[in-house]
Design a protein. Structure first.
Length: 327
């Protein structure tokens, strides 16, 4: 096999776990052509986000010789890397060298202008920062990684594993990627995107006129909470309730209730052994089929896949409490 040179660019404050992903996956193996180098803007050492220093084997000039450049995340992501780092990345991008970022590594690639006009991703918690600092790109907050051919970006730490295995799969096929995944005890491919890992809180109310009605709704999600029903509890007309609800929460009663019901379903999937159909009833989502459709629409995965990822063992009897009292 022809040699494939992978350069991992470690900038100041590099995140050690992000750095470890490509060095593990692209490490020399009998059935792969990868030749791995960790480089930086000095040939000596770089300080990691954890405070220890990391020895480097090459300087920035090595990027020009790369077939693939991996840029791990770094701590002070709102501060662009040094000008010579940005210049080296820009030259590599113009030369058509494949460049992939892990987590906040997208900020370094963006600082070189290589993500302008593209749809990219990064860790969901930093997505707003990336769009604010680099308004010529668009961030997809839901996916684990995005492949734009020569430019690839990924979300948080474990999404970097997904991305690197994806690169191996593109280069050498699924069998080799699967062998490496087994070696590092990782899933060869994960369903869904970042949405399943985000704690979706309900909007913070801007007023309290309907606070009691919202609280009662949270305690009775298993019931058919129609607009007339909610309006009757609040002592206002259905039209007034809809207007006030949107004013106070920023969303419609329907969207607010759907978010609350999905949050409750997530909690029950994580902490109980209830069947999907049972959870659907308890959350007011009706049938198992409706819950699966709503779940996939909101989180990008099925309830079963979500449970496989987040379920915790609970003591006997847990999660079997009866539904809350009626209105």
């Amino acid at each position: 096999m022809n040699k494939h040179r992978v350069m991992v660019l470690a900038v100041d404050g590099v995140l050690p776990m992000d750095l470890g992903i490509p060095t593990q996956i692209f490490n020399a193996r009998p059935n792969t052509p990868y030749e791995l180098t960790v480089c930086g803007d000095t040939e000596e050492a770089v300080t990691t986000s954890s405070g220890f220093t990391l020895g480097l084997t090459a300087g920035l000039e090595a990027l020009a010789e790369a077939d693939t450049i991996i840029v791990p995340g770094f701590e002070d992501f709102r501060r662009p890397p040094r000008p010579r780092v940005r210049a080296a990345l820009k030259l590599a991008g113009r030369a058509g060298i494949r460049i992939a970022s892990i987590c906040t590594g997208a900020f370094a690639v963006s600082s070189a202008g290589l993500l302008d006009g593209r749809t990219v991703t990064t860790h969901w918690a930093m997505a707003d920062d990336l769009e604010e600092l680099y308004p010529r790109l668009r961030v997809d907050r839901n996916v684990l990684y995005i492949d734009n051919d020569t430019i690839l970006t990924s979300a948080g730490f474990t999404a970097g594993i997904d991305l690197c295995l994806h690169l191996v799969r593109k280069d050498l096929g699924a069998a080799v990627a699967n062998d490496i995944a087994r070696d590092i005890v990782a899933a060869p491919h994960r369903d869904g995107g970042q949405a399943q890992y985000i704690n979706r809180t309900l909007p913070t109310p801007q007023a309290t006129t309907l606070a009691d009605t919202r609280e009662r709704a949270l305690l009775h999600l298993e019931e058919e909470l129609t607009i007339p029903h909610l309006a009757d509890h609040a002592g206002v007309s259905p039209r007034t309730l809809t207007r006030l609800w949107r004013q106070e929460t920023g969303v419609s009663p329907h969207q607010w209730l759907l978010t609350a019901r999905i949050n409750r379903a997530r909690e029950l999937l994580e902490t109980t052994d209830l069947q999907v159909e049972q959870i659907a009833v308890r959350c007011g989502l009706g049938s198992g089929a409706n819950m699966r459709a709503r779940f996939r629409g909101a989180l990008g995965v099925t309830p079963t896949a979500y449970r496989r990822t987040f379920h915790h063992q609970v003591p006997d009897g847990a999660g079997r409490a009866g539904a809350a009292g009626r209105w």
